[in-house]
Design a protein around this ligand. Structure first.
Ligand SMILES: NC(=O)c1ccc[n+]([C@@H]2O[C@H](COP(=O)([O-])OP(=O)(O)OC[C@H]3O[C@@H](n4cnc5c(N)ncnc54)[C@H](O)[C@@H]3O)[C@@H](O)[C@H]2O)c1
Length: 283
């Protein structure tokens, strides 16, 4: 069991969605929160909800893609709070384009936030956990870290890499009191698609169709996702699957490790690209 009550939990990307849900769920279990994001107003809203629960919270504007900023933030947490006990590397963005259309600029944008942001957060805080002799690092991957999907090459690359990094770190921490969890959410009703980058040529209606299509298939609320992550932390679960869809994808990937696409893609990619299924290629 990881003790949450009274511990200092850092959550990145906490101004919205899963990060907000996780910060609130940890606060309900007695954690003190240090929450970060780029979205000042959203962060203030999360902080207000945490304070309404009677829990302590501090907010920090940190770009997780900025290595120096993440290390400066970790130093601040060390100085002001005596170091972190629980670190949830959650901040993330999505990008929607086929590989032949994907620009390097967009690819690097996703990798810098989703992958490198997670690496910086893990490496900057690990020494604090090691000095304390325990703690928990939680890295948020996706079901797209278990299966790959057309139009998601950049996001898939980041999320598979998060899983690889996190599982390697978990093996390295074996025999210590530092727990490592990798989270694979299914569809969670958040702003992820609404905030995603599409091709510059993409019409606004395609973006809106994709976002509202995603809202229809994303069945889990961010609050429930946060509760599942907090439960997973408390129970030291190395792999935290969120939602029935995530369990289904995990099972399907084991059953059909190469040919899962025959069953999976058409619906998923049409939602993400906003195109009717008949226009989808590949799969
Ligand atoms: N929503 C889903 O269905 C789903 C599924 C699988 C995985 N995920 C993952 O969950 C995590 C949270 O996403 P969400 O769905 O809550 O989306 P969201 O868009 O609601 O929240 C993401 C938060 O990250 C913040 N953020 C973006 N770039 C940042 C940066 N450079 N530095 C700091 N903060 C930054 C945003 O401001 C936002 O508040 C992401 O890593 C995402 O890939 C989401």
């Amino acid at each position: 069991m990881t003790e949450i009550d009274g511990k200092l939990a850092v959550v990145t990307g906490a101004a919205s969605g899963i990060g907000r849900g996780t910060a609130i769920a940890l606060a309900k279990r007695g954690a003190r929160l240090a929450i970060t994001d780029l979205d000042r107003a959203g962060l203030a809203e999360t902080a207000a909800r945490i304070e309404a629960l009677g829990a302590k919270v501090t907010t920090y504007l940190v770009d997780v893609a900025d290595r120096d900023a993440v290390y400066a933030f970790a130093q601040e947490i060390e100085t002001s709070h005596g170091g972190a006990d629980i670190v949830v590397n959650n901040a993330g963005v999505a990008q929607i384009a086929r590989v032949d259309e994907l620009t390097y600029d967009d690819f690097e944008w996703v990798m810098n936030i989703d992958f490198w942001g997670m690496v910086y957060g893990s490496k900057a805080f690990l020494p604090q956990l090691q000095a304390k002799g325990g703690g928990h690092i939680v890295n948020v991957s996706s079901i797209f870290g278990l299966i790959a999907v057309p139009t998601q090459a950049a996001y898939n690359s980041a999320k598979f890499a998060i899983r690889g990094f996190t599982e390697a770190l978990r093996h390295e921490m074996k025999g210590t009191d530092i727990q490592i969890s990798c989270v694979h959410p299914g569809g969670i009703k958040t702003n992820i698609v609404r905030n995603a980058r599409f091709l510059q040529s993409t019409q606004a209606t395609v973006r809106e169709d994709a976002a509202s299509g995603f809202d229809k298939i994303a069945r889990t609320t961010p609050e429930r996702a946060g509760e599942t992550i907090a439960d997973g932390i408390a129970r030291n679960k190395p792999r935290i699957l969120i939602g029935f869809d995530a369990k289904l994808v995990d099972w399907l990937q084991r059953l059909m490790p190469v040919s899962y696409g025959k069953i999976m893609f058409r619906r998923e990619s049409s939602v993400l690209t906003g195109q009717p299924e008949s226009k989808q290629q590949g799969a």
